[in-house]
Design a binder for this molecule. Sequence first.
Ligand code: UDX
Length: 431
Amino acid sequence: MTISIIGHGYVGLVTACVFADFGNDVWVIGHTKEKIDRLRKGDPIIYEPGLGELLQKNIKAKRLHFSVNYDSIAGSEIVFITVGTPPKENGEADLSAVFEVARNIAKNLSDSKKHFTIVSCKSTVPVGTNKKVEAILSKHSSKNAKFSIASCPEFLREGTAIHDTINADRVVIGSNSKRAIDVLLKLHESINGKRVITDLASAELIKYISNAMLATKISFANLVSFFAEKVNADVEDVLDAVGLDKRIGRIFMNPGVGYGGSCLPKDVMALIDVGKKLNVESNFLTEIEHINLFAKKNFVNKILKNSPGKKVAIWGLAFKPNTDDIRFAPSIYIIEELLKEGFSISVYDQEASNNIKKIFADKIRYASSAYECLQGANSLIILTEWNEFKQINLDKVKKMIKDPVIFDGRNIYDPMTVRKLGFKYYSVGRP
Ligand code: UDX
């Protein structure tokens, strides 16, 4: 098939590479010439494991093309919208990019008698948005253009995006058009996962509810950690035992410094906003956010109370490992709070330092290695569970750091082992 994908973020670019790799002819459309030029040369722009190789392979095979104009729309059977829907100040999803893209698609839809286009939204959008996209397409396209719309939400996780796209738990297709459903089912033939065929509104809601449920699990785990800290219990033992109940499960219930990233925080906010508009009592969702904020505050308080001095080293800045993404990363809040308290901070992250530099510039120091980051520090703070920290030589860490104190926001070490090595060790929800 020939498909066009508008947007080249984590969803757009990964989707493009995967479908190109399955033999489709894929056009990626963006509006920043500099980025499109870099992509054309095989530079993925973002850090996502395996993405560079897949990109270069499919450019070489001439199945993957990049453009700043919408010319490819006229020859495409499917057009995916994958642009961002960031939160506005009030939490509402900003849909301006989706609507602008819809207008541009409309103006370029083929009006040939033989051509039929499926326009499918992968961006996370509130219920009803696809109907608005359909209205924009009708208004701005030639009256002979034939098209149907569909919602095809994406569930990939950053860091494992390629694997998740190919091995999905489910492929959700929401549309009122049988033709759209059939064409999208055909495109997804090589993608693993159960098919869920539904209507537009349900498909739109499925994405928000999935992310809200994931956020709920994490906030619940963090809530358990607050209880555990008060009574000197071990949150990991508690959750391990609770999770053995198959109705509950242990997966995605790791306490820490709260959830971040481009999806969970934004989608919980947007669902709260939708709840207000629809008059749905959704304080429950607000509590999920409160707990998430408290997880970060609680961790900062631990540092303020127990750090022997005001010079700290931070390992891990990305909102999770295997990504350079820092959107809503807990590290941003924690660095801001420590700076307010007069701390001097040096940071290390193998991928995300350059992005953090755009926020904090010369207010903090950027180290080139985990060990170098420790020089002169009164304590070490771990905010992202990158593999390289898990089995690092802690004897060497002890030699390099001024005071042997660790604040572990991701519970990556065994408390007994670290203490035996002579560290004071503060983790989340463990005695
Ligand atoms: C999420 C959803 O998982 C994915 O299905 C959707 O398509 C996009 O949003 P992503 O944002 O890439 O994916 O990251 P995810 O793995 O969900 O982690 C989100 C945040 O939650 C991270 O900050 C992570 O550290 C945190 N987290 C995750 C926890 O604190 N505890 C956990 O048990 C799991």
